[in-house]
Design a protein around this ligand. Structure first.
Ligand code: HEC
Length: 223
């Protein structure tokens, strides 16, 4: 009896050959569509809802998957990270991501997908933000900063980005003003720079946990 039922059902299912032909026809249409070049790849033409939702899901699933084993460093809350992050952010990120009280830039208005204003808060965890900043996002303007910055500096950027939503325009300006003075100098001094972060010009340096100590009054320098 059971066998008869199964055969009945089988008769109503399309054959494997039919499914294969259908798939080939579909792939053929997709290939012709791409080859013809009719899809509007311009950044001034928003995606259709279907394409947008597909890409959005792909991005979100990929970020969650790739960030799953990233551990937040124990000293993530160290205020020095926010100070160093402020300097990096103002040099490399404001053109696209703006900041509290920062006017829209010409670049930020032309981006698609748009760069989220990080000061309005984001839905990603610190580990996910770390992954995004380090690796960037394909087919968007978000660069992979891990090509030029070590993990420690990237955590500084995450710390600053997470502090942004709580900052008034005045606090934001104050954070930028208290950041280490020169980006090139920070980059050159990279391995020992944890100690320099947050130091105001002319402020006496304290011994550092990661680098070297300076005599009081010594100017910051690149090793
Ligand atoms: C040239 C423009 C551009 C620059 C410069 C840029 N970004 Fe982005 N960023 C983007 C875009 C566009 C996205 C959105 C990508 C997407 O939607 O897939 C993005 C996304 C992000 C996100 C994810 C936000 C979220 O949804 O949670 C973070 C975090 C981020 N950027 C941090 C930074 C930091 C830190 C810097 C500076 C070191 C930076 N970005 C510099 C364009 C830029």
């Amino acid at each position: 009896m059971a066998k008869g039922k199964f055969l009945d059902l089988h008769r109503h299912l399309p054959s494997a050959a039919f499914v294969l032909v259908l798939l080939l026809v579909f792939a053929g249409f997709a290939g012709a569509f791409i080859y013809a070049g009719v899809y509007n790849i311009g950044a001034d033409a928003p995606h259709s809802k279907f394409v947008y939702m597909t890409l959005d899901q792909m991005r979100e699933r990929a970020i969650r998957h790739h960030a799953r084993n990233i551990a937040v460093p124990a000293d993530f809350d160290d205020p020095k990270r926010i100070a160093t992050g402020a300097g990096l952010y103002s040099e490399m990120c404001t053109g696209c991501h703006l900041g509290p009280g920062v006017e829209k830039s010409e670049m930020s208005q032309g981006l698609y997908p748009p760069a989220p204003e990080l000061s309005r808060g984001v839905n990603h965890t610190p580990a996910e933000m770390f992954w995004i900043i380090k690796h960037g996002v394909k087919l968007s303007a978000m660069p992979a900063w891990g090509k030029t910055h070590d993990d420690n500096l990237i955590w500084d950027m995450v710390a600053f980005a997470r502090a942004l939503p709580k900052m008034s325009p005045e606090q934001y300006q104050a954070a930028l003003a208290s950041a280490p003075a020169d980006h090139d100098e920070m980059m050159k001094a990279m391995p020992g720079m944890a100690g320099m972060s947050g130091m105001k010009a002319g402020e006496s340096a304290k011994p550092t946990q990661a680098g070297h100590s300076h005599a009081p009054g010594t100017k910051p320098h690149a090793d």
